[in-house]
Design a binder for this molecule. Structure first.
Ligand SMILES: Nc1nc2c(ncn2[C@@H]2O[C@H](COP(=O)(O)OP(=O)(O)OP(=O)(O)O)[C@@H](O)[C@H]2O)c(=O)[nH]1
Ligand SMILES: [Mg+2]
Length: 433
């Protein structure tokens, strides 16, 4: 699911992995590439434009957070999760049977989804009845009956002589000791006024707890237009995105809730009855961005930021900034526990560039070796380092004079900023990882 878009987002972001800073120009380029990426993923234009506008406001040039790539991922992740809406559980009827009507176009997956949702609720301990309420396709009732039997759910047909018997549903609801009745209603080829009218009437007569619209995610942004058309006329309360396994571009997932204003509550992820999941925006956003483990990603990012903040602020507060301070910062940065696990929490989907992170780690190792080859006096007063001392340090640390010079340059720049801990902290992260 969403592999296509995830791979492309990762490709886009990974070009920032080797950078130490993020300029406004970088941001503009990133946003324009992202725009194309989203349009090609068949995301609704209204979503593309709004998302881009939010990002344009949020993204600021950085001398670096952990790395520009992670900073971009973090901000985009937050905004996409917002666009996807918020998760809510199904409404229930405290006084008895909860009725959920499943509505949607022909072939969208209503009947299959009824069985999936029923199976999902059964696993949560509910007693579920699948109710046939499609008067036009007798075969549909048969299909529902078979699925009910296969999934260990109850079945009841409410179709009498070519129409839905509403009174019988009401009677059933009154007497039933079950928890949930899932009604599989009639679909049409297109969104048609008479279908919407029929659904609205049925819903007025039954007052169901939810009217769940099943939309086919393989339709991309058209899924969002369909959802909107239903919502405008019928009392749709939630969306189930079916065939999300076929939506590798992510266009439907990104568009449907935002365009229709109705939350996506579940998604179907395959043909089997258990291929069904609650739609959790954070997790879906992570999938779309190709972040392997979003919780771990955000937690590790936070930890690293905090560690660096502590090191840098404590030193600068006492105005004792010297090579020892820098060494401490390097040590906290190069700890396997932080960098290593951050890498693991990062995208699973290929295009992470291990060499870039490896290069960052290697650079820190070499800088550490340089400082360790200095005497204590040199560490406190690096300004005394002349050409011959530098040669000695380079030889002692197995590095080059050039690298010693680079480190000294960074040190001078950082020391200047030592009175401003925030700036120092950002610069440290930007320049060194
Ligand atoms: N890959 C995949 N296929 C699905 C999914 N959900 C449904 N399908 C398939 O989509 C096709 C149509 O599903 P149905 O449940 O019969 O659709 P429907 O909306 O009830 O169709 P009508 O009753 O004719 O309006 C079937 O072949 C299902 O197996 C899904 O999440 N993933
Ligand atoms: Mg059907």
């Amino acid at each position: 699911m969403f592999e296509g878009i995830a791979r492309r987002v990762q490709g886009l972001v990974s070009s920032f992995r080797s950078k130490g800073v993020l300029t406004q120009e970088d941001i503009n380029k990133f946003l324009s590439d992202l725009r194309w990426l989203l349009i090609e993923a068949d995301v609704s234009l209204i979503v593309v434009n709004d998302l881009l506008e939010r990002l344009r406001e949020k993204l600021k040039p950085q001398t670096g957070v952990v790395s520009p790539a992670d900073y971009l991922l973090k901000v985009v992740f937050g905004e996409i999760a917002q666009i996807l809406g918020s998760y809510r559980p199904l409404a229930t009827n405290a006084r008895g049977l909860s009725i959920y009507m499943l509505v949607g176009l022909q072939g969208s997956g209503k009947t299959t989804t009824a069985a999936k949702l029923g199976f999902f609720l059964k696993r949560k301990g509910k007693s579920v009845v699948l109710g046939a309420a499609d008067p036009y396709r007798p075969a549909g009732a048969e299909q529902l009956k078979v699925l009910a039997a296969e999934s260990g759910l109850y079945f009841e047909s409410f179709v009498d002589q070519g129409s839905v018997n509403v009174n019988r549903i009401k009677e059933f609801a009154k007497k039933s000791l079950h928890d949930v009745l899932l009604l599989d209603t009639a679909g049409r080829l297109h969104v048609e006024a008479d279908m919407l009218k029929e659904l609205t009437q049925l819903s007025q007569l039954l007052s169901p707890q939810e009217v769940l619209l099943v939309v086919d995610a393989m339709l991309g942004q058209e899924a969002a237009d369909i959802a909107r058309a239903f919502k405008d006329t019928a009392p749709v309360t939630g969306i189930i995105l079916s065939k999300a396994d076929g939506d590798e571009r992510g266009g439907a997932a990104l568009s449907v809730a935002y365009v229709s204003g109705v939350p996506v509550l579940f998604m179907g992820t395959g043909e089997h009855v258990s291929d069904f999941e609650p739609f959790v925006p954070d997790e879906t956003a992570a999938m779309i961005l190709g972040i392997g483990n979003p919780k771990l990603f955000l937690r590790k990012l936070g930890e690293l930021e905090q560690q660096l903040a502590q090191k840098t602020t404590s030193a600068s507060a006492e105005e004792k900034f010297d090579m020892n301070t820098l060494l401490e910062v390097f040590e906290s940065m190069s700890k396997e526990s932080v960098l290593g696990s951050l890498t693991k929490a990062l995208p699973v989907n290929a295009s992470v560039e291990p060499d870039v992170l490896e290069a960052g780690k290697k650079r820190i190792r070499r800088f550490k070796a340089i400082i360790q080859s200095m005497t204590m006096y040199e560490r406190k007063h690096p300004e005394i380092l002349n050409a011959s001392r530098k040669r000695r340090i380079a030889a002692g640390s197995g590095t080059s004079v050039q690298e010693v010079n680079i480190l000294l340059k960074q040190y001078v720049a950082l020391k200047k900023l030592a009175k401003n801990p925030r700036e120092l902290q950002r610069m440290l992260r930007g320049g060194l990882i």
